[in-house]
Design a protein around this ligand. Structure first.
Ligand code: CMP
Length: 139
């Protein structure tokens, strides 16, 4: 099934100049870029985006981190794109991520884990429109 999912390249990865490498891996895996943008999240936007984690102990720190510098957001499309992007990313904690995954290769710790991806179709349906309108999606 063709799907669209959201990717975020997080602040520490953008700061370290890794956005190009990460986008190359995405396109090399056959996922198509439908939209791409550099965004400086406001605190309110970060809090709203991660609202599902509001009660988790790491929520405040995660929101602080996500506003610490620009992020790159992208809408990715392809056959089974949601699962394929999650496979490319690897496990949330870089220490647990499989060799060759983005989080293993570029993540620093469980918070500064280089990238975010939608975890289900329902999440993608909320997260893609959070950043992109229908007009922004090319192709
Ligand atoms: P992400 O895929 O963006 O979804 C939620 C984020 O919370 C996660 O990646 C991490 O950056 C961050 N986080 C920090 N601590 C934890 C934790 N203990 N478990 C899960 N996510 C965490």
């Amino acid at each position: 099934m063709r799907e669209t999912t959201l990717a975020i390249i997080k602040p520490e990865a953008v700061k370290r100049g890794l956005a190009g490498d990460i986008l190359k891996r995405i396109q090399g895996a056959g996922l198509a870029l439908r939209a791409l943008r550099l965004v400086g999240l406001s605190r309110a936007q970060a809090e709203a985006f991660y609202d599902v984690h509001r009660e988790r102990p790491f929520y405040r720190s995660l929101c602080e981190y996500m506003i610490s510098g620009p992020v790159v957001v992208a809408a990715l499309e392809g056959e089974g794109a949601i699962a394929r992007w999650r496979e490319l990313m690897g496990a949330t904690d870089p220490a647990q991520a499989a060799p060759g995954t983005i989080r293993k290769d570029f993540g620093i710790d469980i918070e500064q884990n280089a990238v975010h991806g939608s975890d289900s179709a329902a999440t993608a349906a909320r997260e893609v429109p959070f950043f992109f309108s229908a007009l922004d999606l090319v192709g």
